[in-house]
Write a protein that binds this ligand. Structure first.
Ligand code: DX5
Ligand code: ZN
Length: 217
């Protein structure tokens, strides 16, 4: 049963509490942080996360699309994130390892994210200590883009590695996810489906989340 992580980037921020209440049956709440440097767009950051933490007990899955993310991983953890994902392209090997160790020491989950042009192999030095790998299925920066089906091969590759090594590492996909593309991702071995526009524009968000959770390989 795949987990579903609605991306509140697609929510109406003027009524964020109601928007969060409307996706309560989801598994994680996906929180996209953009700095206008690592990606062109700017979204929201620490103060918004602190406010969200106060109004929900949901698992907060933070996706940092920021330059030199290790500067901020502990601060997002303190602000209430449960899972902190950051981009492997944005950090040095030493900083990545230190940040993962620090997050684990704080009782948090750590994830690494790869952009569409980044191969799976770069994750190998960290894979044994990761709780989650986020495979971007669009270029990071904006919601509502078209799913890149070439990314499915990466999910298949990762599924094999994780199963062979018997690791407790979830594979999450993010970008252009709808029922059709979600099915393909689940077939390839994805554990967590992030979806923004597809969930927030659905007539019944709760029903739509259920349909995604009910997909089977
Ligand atoms: C894109 C973000 C995504 C985005 C997904 O950079 O990481 O989480 O919100 O949006 P949809 O599902 O609309 O493609
Ligand atoms: Zn995201």
């Amino acid at each position: 049963m795949p987990k579903v992580a609605p991306s509140i980037l697609a929510a109406d921020f003027a009524k964020l509490k109601e928007e969060i209440d409307s996706i309560q049956n989801a598994d994680y709440l996906h929180f996209d942080v953009m700095d206008g440097m690592f990606v062109e767009n700017i979204s929201f950051g620490l103060p918004v996360l602190e406010s969200v933490r106060k109004v929900t007990g949901m698992v907060l899955d933070v996706h940092l699309m920021i330059a030199s993310p290790a500067r901020y991983t502990a601060r997002f953890a303190k602000a209430g994130a449960d899972i902190i994902n950051f981009h492997i392209e944005a950090e040095t090997e030493q900083n990545i390892k230190n940040a993962i160790t620090e997050l684990h020491g704080m009782g948090k989950k750590a994830g690494l994210t790869i952009k569409p042009n980044t191969p799976v192999e770069v994750l190998l030095p960290y894979i044994d200590i990761l709780d989650l790998i986020l495979v971007m299925t669009v270029e990071p920066g904006y919601g509502g883009q078209k799913f890149k089906s070439e990314m499915l091969e990466k999910v298949t590759q990762l599924r094999k590695i994780i199963d062979v090594k018997k690791l407790n590492c979830e594979i999450e996909v993010d970008g252009g996810i709808n029922i059709e593309t979600a099915k393909q991702c689940v077939n390839a071995g994805a554990d967590v489906l992030v979806a923004g526009v597809d969930i927030f524009k659905a007539p019944s968000r709760a029903e739509h989340i259920k349909s995604l959770q009910n997909l089977r390989p």
